[in-house]
Design a protein around this ligand. Structure first.
Ligand code: ZN
Ligand code: ZN
Length: 328
């Protein structure tokens, strides 16, 4: 197999060739056809997240076809198209797993972080955490659904059903998917981008936003809720100032720069500030059922596998419109 490997944080990924992995009991082997590039990959590569398995193959928005079945796997067929997301394993035993909050498991395994992921042409994964992908949508366009889409969907759910006017801070892969769901649900999207990023603002309007502007500006209307996808802590007080009493601000990223001190007044009035962490398998089932009904159409920019470092750099510098996807 070929893979782009991270030896240690802070250095570029290296292309390596090595023997294919063998699927163990309960695992499937997958021939990868596309893997999305998520901001979390950037945090792993840059060393923002603690204790990755090293060396690690990043990537957790994997689409491919089953090429071998491990012992005991009977719910997938050889050749079937499946998706492999960020949540790669859970303990099944902690209080969170037992109460249905497996996204908060005390001993989780995350794909592309503790478990080798999809910046490769082959991988193995726990079959119980993979999902069948039906329909005719091309593999590359499905890939961003498996994290950006899922986390966006969970973030939107956390924003509350009564949030008709919803702000989105950071208009990348997750935001362009969430906007389509929000429009489908008859909500108005207000998109905030890096100041002066007119291309991103234009993209947001194309994706259905009723207003798009700089993140340091106030929206023309008071918002019912806001979701922050950009990893920028100073957006938290901005978003709190933009939402009405009782409104919710959801932080959708796994990592964010420090949040500056802010006056209690902007949280007062029963505003809620919360994060969204990971996903449950039920989120994936619900979201993948909803996606074709919207129907969600992703905007992707594909890169050959060996150009993974270029794709990461494009994401880091905000040069992408939509989502980057690696093709082995
Ligand atoms: Zn657990
Ligand atoms: Zn992700």
């Amino acid at each position: 197999m070929r893979a782009m490997i991270l030896e240690k944080p802070g250095v570029p990924l290296q292309l390596v060739e090595k023997p294919d992995p063998t699927p163990g009991p309960g695992q499937v082997k997958v021939k990868i056809s596309a893997c999305g590039v998520c901001r979390t990959d950037l945090h792993v590569v840059d060393g923002d997240l603690p204790e990755p398995k090293l060396p690690i193959i990043p990537g957790h928005e994997i689409v491919g076809n089953v090429s071998a079945l491990g012992e005991g796997v009977d719910h997938f067929k050889l050749g079937e198209r499946i998706g492999i997301p960020w949540l790669g394993s859970t303990c099944g035993d902690c209080s969170f797993c037992k109460s249905g909050d497996e996204n908060l498991c005390d001993k989780p395994g995350f794909t592309g972080y503790q478990i080798d992921g999809g910046y490769a042409d082959v991988t193995v994964a726990d079959a119980d955490f993979c999902f069948p992908i039906s329909g005719e949508c091309p593999d590359a366009e499905i890939a961003p659904l498996l994290c950006a889409g899922l986390i966006g969907y969970r973030s939107l759910s956390m924003a509350g059903d009564s949030s008709g006017r919803i702000g989105i801070y950071g208009f990348g892969a997750a935001a362009h998917i969430v906007s389509q769901i929000a429009c489908y649900q008859n909500r108005d999207v207000y998109a905030f981008t890096r100041p002066g990023d007119l291309a991103a603002q234009q993209f947001a309007v194309e994706m259905g936003a009723v207003w798009a502007g700089d993140s340091n500006c106030a929206p023309p209307q008071e918002l019912d809720a806001a979701i922050i996808f950009a990893p920028v802590g100073s957006l938290v007080p901005s978003a709190l100032r933009a939402v009405r009493k009782g409104g919710t601000v959801v932080c959708g990223g796994i990592h964010m720069s420090d949040i500056p001190a802010f006056p209690y007044q902007i949280l007062w009035g029963e505003r809620v500030l919360r994060s969204v962490a990971n996903l449950t398998r039920q989120d994936a089932i619900n979201f993948l059922e909803l996606a074709p009904k919207v129907p969600i159409q992703t905007r992707v920019e594909t890169f050959p596998l060996e150009d993974a470092n270029l794709a990461l750099e494009a994401l880091r510098t905000g040069k992408l419109t939509g989502a980057a996807v690696l093709i082995p």
